[in-house]
Design a protein around this ligand. Structure first.
Ligand code: CA
Length: 681
């Protein structure tokens, strides 16, 4: 089998190419084509008038010349901007036509690449466009996960460019009842990073039939370096999607929102049809000993990231999106199929020019047929090997709402007992697998699985709607106040549901119609939904206002936070020192009470202000406790802050600190615990 040689040292020594010029390099006077095809006997470039596959409009065929390291090259004089092309590769006696793996633009459905003058697609002021959160750390981010189409496919969005990139550039859009939608809503919510489901060119939506109802999440890559055509106003002309995506990024940036791209390097739409696998037969995908495609992804193939030119391809691709489209973060689908060396190479390369770009992904344990020995996969268990890369924290997800694989499993917020210690670890950003809050992406809902509200309804069918909303809000308070990186699915803040007409819920809506997937913005016209949204906004604002909730590493966490001991069963609580992280606040008390009865905690002396309770959250105090007890209502969070005190208290704090904050806090915690055990009466 030809695949057997690809992962050998000899092959890699001979054919690893490090140049940055693969693809079609355009200039006004000429375009140079370069493609890596080490096993080819002959390679040609087909130049076409149009971008649609199968149309007999070839203008010319160029013969390519073999150079070093398996790279083939051809040059064409003149201005080729807008010319479509493919490679015709003969390898092992078989001739195949393929799109350019380094295509920057493509025609409809991505079958033909297009030569493009990228500067002509830049929006106004693009050279001054910056990540609005440059200089911030990953734990300062609040991430909102959205599918481009979902934002604007429901009529109540009032958005003109329904389902398009440009839908996220529209200002002043409203529901019939006057609630803000789309961009205005997201901006008002206060999130820092908008994470968009895949928008590279994927295969599951037919771009030639956009007048018919079609929906897909898009986890099926066709062209890694080309934007998806179905989100553009015109998928036929290659430059349109490029221009409109950049416009979207620039408008989001101007509105203070950073952009995260969901990337799926772990598998491709169709391994046999994927361009790299046509040009270098089978090179991109892992095969087992029998020659079958490895299928850890469950999507028919796994990417052989451990091969030198696959790794280079992934590194080049991510760096390209960061550089050309000013993308501020990358979410790696099934990172557990990629090797840690590749992940680290990506982070290093992108951070060279763009040090603020965020990296995180799914670190589940995967079974895959690695083609070389000695490689680790980028799974949670190996997270210490990828310190610049964070992982979805399924520990907090399953603790709070119940195991995703067992819908009868109740979560902590629904009153499931015995989870306090684990919830505490997650609040500290240090679940068992994780050495730093900077590597824990805390969440309870994403596009996968049931929405939070649907999930709560399934696990506690007897609870009233009012109670379920409280559980929803308690879950939000916990992960939005936890150390780490908070993340949520768009619409969680308005109790999103994916309910069918019969009242049952869709668990996997990857290809469900808009009616299931779209955000129903007019829910916000109902005061009970608007109140939940206000609560989320308040939690986010509070988190952003207080550095003590956004600590950068485990050492800071240990220095600033101590869990309260001996609270009522199921109740968790924390004492958080403002310390050097806070100008105005000396310390915080945080209580989470999932019980059906009020929980109390005795407070140290001083004036305590309430910023978050079960009803409200924000940066303005909603009440004051002068002495005694903090009371957390049933199924609610309570967050109190004590202003930086008079000189006497400051001196006391300094003494505490000098004695070693952790020890003293533990002792203080024990005293508090004793006090907390005393009931109200
Ligand atoms: Ca597509």
């Amino acid at each position: 089998m030809i695949q057997d040689i690809y992962s050998t040292e000899e092959f890699e020594r001979e054919y690893t190419y490090t140049g940055k010029d693969l693809g079609a390099s355009w200039s006004k006077r000429k375009t140079t084509f370069k493609v890596w095809a080490p096993t080819a006997e002959e390679v040609k470039v087909n130049l076409y008038r149009g971008g649609a596959e199968g149309v007999p409009d070839r203008k010319e065929q160029l013969k390519m010349r073999r150079e070093d390291r398996g790279v083939w090259t051809a040059e064409k004089k003149g201005n080729l901007n807008g010319v479509y092309y493919t490679y015709e590769v003969t390898a092992g006696g078989v001739k195949r036509e393929a799109c350019d793996p380094y295509a920057r633009a493509a025609g409809v459905n991505g079958a033909r690449a297009m030569v493009i003058d990228l500067r002509s697609t830049d929006p106004k002021g693009w050279e001054r466009d910056r990540d609005p959160h440059a200089g911030a750390g990953i734990t300062d981010a609040v991430i909102y996960e959205l599918h481009i189409r979902d934002a604007s496919s429901d009529k109540s969005s009032g958005i003109r460019h329904s389902g398009k990139y440009l839908g996220l550039t529209e200002k002043g859009t409203k529901t019939p009842g006057g609630s803000a939608t789309g961009l205005d809503h997201i901006k008002k919510l206060g999130i820092t990073h908008l994470h968009l489901l895949p928008f590279y060119d994927y295969g599951s939506v037919d771009e030639a039939r956009l007048d018919e109802p079609q929906f897909n999440w898009g986890y099926d890559p066709v062209n890694y370096n080309v934007p998806e055509g179905s989100y553009a106003t015109d998928p036929y002309h290659g430059e349109v999607r490029v221009r409109e995506l950049k416009k979207m990024v620039s408008v989001l940036h101007r509105n203070g929102i950073s952009v995260v791209m969901d990337v799926v390097y772990n598998h491709v739409h169709d391994a046999g049809a994927f361009c790299v696998n046509k040009i270098v037969p089978g090179y991109f995908s892992r095969t087992d000993k029998e020659g079958n495609f490895s299928n850890g992804s469950g999507c028919g193939n796994d990417t052989a990231s451990e091969r030198s030119m696959v790794r280079k391809y992934i590194v080049d691709s991510v760096a390209y999106w960061a550089e050309e489209y000013h993308i501020d973060g990358f979410r790696f689908d099934l990172a557990g199929l990629l090797d840690t060396e590749t992940i680290n190479a990506v982070v290093k390369e992108v951070h060279r020019e763009h040090p603020d770009v965020l990296f995180y992904g799914e670190g589940w344990n995967m079974h895959t047929a690695l083609t070389k020995e000695g490689y680790l996969l980028a799974a949670q268990a190996n997270c210490r090997q990828t310190p610049g890369f964070a992982y979805f924290n399924d520990s907090i997800r399953d603790l709070l709402k119940g195991n995703v694989f067992d819908t009868s499993d109740k979560g902590y917020v629904a009153g499931q007992g015995g989870r306090e210690r684990e919830v505490e670890k997650c609040f500290l950003g240090l679940p068992d697998w994780c050495p730093s809050p900077a590597q824990a992406v805390n969440y309870v809902s994403c596009h996968d699985n049931f929405t939070l509200m649907d999930r709560i309804a399934l696990s506690v069918p007897d609870a009233s709607r009012e109670e379920r909303v409280k559980m929803n809000n308690l879950a939000a308070a916990i992960y939005l106040l936890s150390q780490g990186v908070p993340f949520f699915q768009a619409g969680e803040e308005m109790l999103r549901t994916k309910a069918r007409e019969d009242g049952s819920f869709v668990e996997n809506s990857y290809a469900s119609p808009d009616e299931i997937n779209s955000l129903k913005w007019d829910a916000l016209d109902d005061p009970s939904y608007a109140a939940v949204c206000d609560y989320y906004r308040g939690l986010i604002a509070f988190r952003k206002a207080h550095g003590a909730f956004r600590l950068a590493n485990a050492e800071e966490v240990r220095k600033h936070i101590a869990p309260l001991e001996g609270l009522e069963p199921n109740v968790t609580g924390f004492r958080i020192l403002g310390g050097e992280k806070e100008e105005a606040v000396e310390e915080f008390f945080v209580i989470f009470n999932p019980g059906r009865e009020e929980a109390q905690v005795c407070l140290p002396e001083g004036k305590w202000e309430i910023f978050i309770n079960g009803e409200k959250a924000g940066t303005k105090a909603i009440g004051t406790i002068r002495k005694g007890r903090g009371k957390a209502a049933p199924i609610s969070a309570l967050v109190l802050a004590k202003e930086r005190a008079d000189s006497k208290k400051t001196r006391r704090r300094k003494r505490l600190k000098a004695a070693g904050a952790v020890t003293v806090l533990t002792a203080a915690g024990a005293a508090l615990a004793r006090a907390a055990r005393r009931k109200k009466n």
